[in-house]
Write a protein of this length. Structure first.
Lengths: 630, 105
């Protein structure tokens, strides 16, 4: 079955080509069958590959498709690396991807860009699979850029809206900043090790790498991850990316693309483990982003923006896990997060769909009785992300905090605050959306309806996964095996020994768990108290709020800061160049040449008298002249 | 010996130069298109005369070959030229070249 691995990315590519080239001629039914079917087929193959890897006990299989680049010292083959890490990511991408494709059939059914949407979505799945399957950094980079492109195309999917286009451009440009540094990292890897193949690089790094160089490499790669995975200071594109259709937010900006940075670090774990300095930077950036975004999330009123900041915050927690060397835990949280965050986004999509495009939670409320399926699945996801036992988020988040505690108490403390805020804003969102009385217009109330089956079934499947997904990573104290750790062990074997010589005692572990759990429960009750008992509703736009709240509500003015620091000076500089270089210099030359031709032809045209006699005379004289001069 | 060969070559040159000049001045001074046309033919034949004269003088047949070519081309040119003249006359009612300035303005 591993021989068929090439089909996994190629099927969505074929789906893209068919829906992209012939989408206009195909009916919506056929388009959706092709788009969903190709991803489903990829999922089934991935499943088979996953079980084959699991049962055969082979650590890594490289499937070489062809020699891609061969130039001097550089040899890059187009080959796929199938190991526990990539096979797990394959399952997440194709599995969650398939559910979201099915959901999109219902969500986008009235959109005029139906086939274009599925074409982009399939293309995205292709690039994402390429990213995780590539057996060298260059192939990863191809996927890395490809998903960035698809993200751009899908954020700006409704291209007639200027602000959506600007959001798309912002996402693309901010990603480019990270990507540029990422490419520098790859070049440095090549210069240092003479290869960009994972196995060769890691093999060499273990014995020949010097720490300063490895630190430089890992820091450069990390900046790429910061861009792609929306960490401080490059995170501001992700909340804006919510301009895209909701399934896109679920697939690209929650479940898969933004976790590419996590995958990259997990994949390069050997390099990262060799550089303790980078590790502490990763952990620090992660935990600060997590706190920062969670704080912003507390005051957002757009249902998708809350989820976007929540995503940034959760990604921060994943980086925290990676930074303390708990690679398995980071990947574990990627997996559970993919389930519950995709579910939250799809649930939000269902709400938006029901509310005829309304996204402001101040205008919602009381939707519980209209949207029962959406409500229950959303509740399960909210419980999971808040870390309530025994939902998926509890296990992964608890594990992150436990590992952080082992490493550094301060990191644990900050991480705990972030996850406490998570519980609060998630239930704030839930209560404001589904409880209380309806605050929208009469027209909206009349229109409210539960979503079609194609949308609710993916919700239910994801809800089941959000509830049970955590059981693959039971904590040591339960006495049950940590299935995921066992499965991923070959990938991280070299790093784990170095990072965690000893494990914390069971008593501490239980205490930590109970602390985390009680914090989450307290936060949920606090939210209950605020928004159900006291029936508080966030103030409308323009009403005076206290300065501290105002700063957080305005996202710490980071966008304004970037605007003042980068965008405005750049615009000013362009303006200067426009006025001086463009108008005075380049335009002047072009105009002068034009003017010269015009003026000289004004003179020369006088010769054209129209009198044939004159022409004949000139002809004779000219011939005579030629003969004489010769 | 042919009597023609007793005439010195410079007389032939003179004759053809005179004929050629008549042609040139005819082209320049006359306004009737048919006369201009005939003057062009005159120039061609002046050249022909020069060619055959030198051909005989140098006992080289090459010049005569040229003459045949020129005559063939001139015949074709006459056919086309007269057709154009006919059309000009039909359209303007005259063969005066002064009226052929429609492209101006």
């Amino acid at each position: 079955m591993i021989k068929l691995i090439g089909l996994v990315p190629i099927l969505p590519l074929i789906g893209f080509l068919i829906t992209g080239l012939f989408g206009r001629k195909l009916s919506k039914g056929i388009t959706s069958i092709i788009a969903c079917g190709s991803v489903l087929a990829s999922f089934l193959i991935s499943l088979a590959v996953f079980f084959e890897i699991k049962s055969s006990g082979e650590h890594a299989v490289t499937v070489n498709l062809f020699e891609w680049i061969s130039s001097g010292k550089l040899h890059v083959s187009f080959s796929f690396l199938v190991d526990p890490l990539s096979s797990l990511f394959l399952l997440i991408i194709t599995g969650v991807g398939f559910l979201i494709h099915v959901y999109s059939v219902g969500y986008m059914h009235n959109d005029e860009g139906f086939s274009r949407f599925f074409a982009y979505l399939n293309l995205f799945v292709f690039f994402m699979l390429l990213l995780v399957l590539g057996s060298n950094y260059l192939l990863m980079y191809v996927g890395w850029e490809g998903v960035g492109l698809c993200s751009y195309l899908l954020i700006g999917f409704w291209y007639k809206n200027t602000s959506y286009n600007n959001a798309a451009k912002k996402a693309f440009i901010m990603n480019r900043v990270g990507d540029l540094v990422f490419v520098l990292g790859i070049i440095l890897i090549f210069v240092t090790f003479g290869s960009i193949n994972y196995t060769e690089v890691f093999g060499l790094a273990k014995f020949h790498g010097t720490e300063p160089v490895i630190t430089a490499i890992t820091l450069l790669l990390f900046v790429g991850a910061v861009g792609k995975s929306a960490q401080l200071p490059l995170y501001t594109w992700l909340p804006d990316a919510m301009a895209g259709p909701t399934p896109v937010s679920a697939l690209i900006h929650a479940a898969t693309m933004v976790t590419a940075g996590i995958y990259m670090i997990a994949r390069s774990n050997i390099l990262y483990t060799l550089s303790p300095f980078t590790m502490s930077i990763v952990a620090l950036v992660g935990v600060i982003t997590s706190l920062f975004a969670a704080a912003i999330g507390l005051f957002q009123n757009d249902i998708k923006k809350v989820l976007a900041y929540s995503t940034v915050s959760q990604l921060g927690l994943m980086f925290l896990a990676l930074g303390v060397g708990a690679y398995v835990t980071g990947v574990f949280h990627v997996m559970t997060h993919a389930f519950f965050k995709a579910l939250l986004f799809l649930g939000a999509g269902s709400v938006i769909h029901a509310m005829s495009g309304e996204q402001d939670i101040r205008n919602m409320g009381g939707l519980k009785k209209y949207l029962p399926v959406t409500y229950w699945t959303f509740l399960l996801a909210a419980l999971a992300i808040s870390g309530v036992f025994p939902f998926a988020g509890f296990f992964s988040k608890d594990e992150i905090l436990a590992k952080a505690f082992e490493h550094n108490k301060l990191l644990w403390f900050l991480g705990s605050i972030a996850s406490a805020m998570t519980a609060f804003y998630m239930f704030r969102l839930l209560y404001l959306t589904f409880f209380g009385s309806f605050r929208g217009t009469k027209e909206q109330e009349h229109h409210v309806h539960e979503s079609p089956k194609s949308m609710t079934i993916p919700l239910m499947v994801l809800a089941v996964l959000s509830v049970t997904g955590g059981f693959v990573g039971l904590p040591a104290v339960s006495g049950m095996p940590h299935l995921l750790e066992g499965f991923l062990e070959p990938v991280f074997a070299d790093s784990d020994m170095k990072m965690f010589p000893s494990h914390i005692s069971h008593e501490t572990e239980i205490t930590l768990m109970l602390t985390a759990l009680s914090i989450a429960v307290i936060m949920i009750f606090l939210a209950y108290n605020f928004y159900i008992k006291q029936k508080k509703i966030p103030v409308a736009e323009g009403v005076e709020i206290n300065p501290a709240q105002k700063v957080v509500y305005n996202k710490f003015y980071l966008d304004e800061f970037y605007n003042a620091l980068v965008t405005k000076p750049l615009n000013r500089l362009s303006d200067i160049f426009y006025r001086f270089m463009e108008l005075r210099f380049i335009d002047a030359i072009v105009n002068a040449i034009g003017e010269l031709v015009k003026q000289s032809s004004k003179i020369v045209r006088l010769i054209q008298t129209g009198s044939i006699e004159f022409y004949l005379l000139m002809m004779v004289l000219s011939i005579a002249l030629i003969l004489f001069v010769k | 010996m042919n009597t023609l060969q007793h005439i010195p070559i410079n007389l032939y040159i003179l004759l053809s130069a005179v004929l050629f000049s008549i042609g040139v001045f005819g082209v320049l001074l006359r306004r009737n298109a048919i006369i201009i046309f005939m003057c062009v033919e005159l120039m061609l034949n002046a050249v022909n005369l020069l060619l055959v004269a030198f051909s005989t003088y140098l006992s080289d047949a090459e010049g005569q070959v040229f003459v045949f070519f020129i005559m063939a081309v001139a015949a074709a040119e006459v056919a086309v030229g007269l057709a154009i003249l006919t059309m000009i006359y039909r359209n303007t009612g005259s063969v005066d070249i002064e009226v052929l300035n429609k492209l101006k303005n």
